[in-house]
Design a protein around this ligand. Structure first.
Ligand code: CA
Length: 231
């Protein structure tokens, strides 16, 4: 699936935002469908089988986080949530409930397009392709190898698991809770200091200037994002 053929379902109650999304996504070659509330959105997700879903968190009929949970019960379709500034907690809850990434309003159309592409790329990566490159770093997930300018970098098993999880979600935010649960286990979901330590180690080994990371980015209060390389 490419942007030219992918169908994006927009679930958003504000008609102006819907119009803006429809026009800008159309300009980037995406096909769109729209629902103006949670319930019709869930029905449309089931009937239209979209490739991606854009979900506004503030809907008139259903709680946005509840919509994420219902969508997840229906299937695996990637969900990008749109959040307002006063929805920080909802945003993190929605991500932990299974949403794949977020954009805070207001956002630029170029950024929206890039996020949607990152979501599609991840779906494609799950189907195959185990090599991932960012900057001078090459990661081979299947062989558990990391190269820096062609030289092997030694990572501890924990460092590798953390990096692999970010690679699998390249371009997308991964929440603290998700990283801690997947890498250290469910009993450690509150041990955020592990992440600070291990992200520091990864940056030291993989970033040219660990103090100013270009790829292993912090999303303050939410989690981390590995910047997706150019296509
Ligand atoms: Ca709204």
């Amino acid at each position: 699936v490419t942007a030219a053929s992918a169908l994006v379902l927009i679930i958003e109650d504000d008609s102006q935002t819907r119009r803006f999304l429809r026009a800008s996504l159309g300009g980037y070659g995406w096909r769109t469908a729209e629902a103006e509330a949670g319930k019709p959105g869930l029905a449309a997700a089931q009937n239209l089988n979209p490739d991606l879903i854009i979900l506004d968190l503030g809907l008139p009929d259903l709680d946005g986080v509840a919509v994420v949970r219902s969508l997840r019960r229906q299937g695996e379709c990637p969900i990008l949530i749109l959040s307002a500034r006063d929805q920080e907690r909802d945003k993190i809850e929605a991500l932990d409930a299974g949403a794949d990434d977020y954009l805070a309003k207001p956002f630029g159309t170029g950024e929206l397009d890039a996020r949607l592409r990152a979501l599609l790329r991840r779906t494609a990566r799950r189907a195959g392709g185990d090599l991932f490159t960012f900057g001078i770093i090459q990661v081979d997930i299947a062989r558990r190898r990391v190269l820096r300018s062609g030289e092997e970098v030694r990572l501890t098993p924990t460092e590798f698991r953390l990096l692999a999880l970010l690679v699998r979600n390249a371009g997308l935010v991964v929440t603290h809770r998700h990283l801690l649960r997947e890498v250290w286990g469910p009993e450690h979901v509150h041990d955020s200091h592990y992440l600070r330590i291990y992200m520091g180690q990864l940056r030291h080994k993989l970033e040219e200037d660990p103090a100013r990371p270009r790829f292993l980015l912090t999303e303050v209060g939410v989690g981390y994002r590995l910047l997706a390389g150019p296509e």
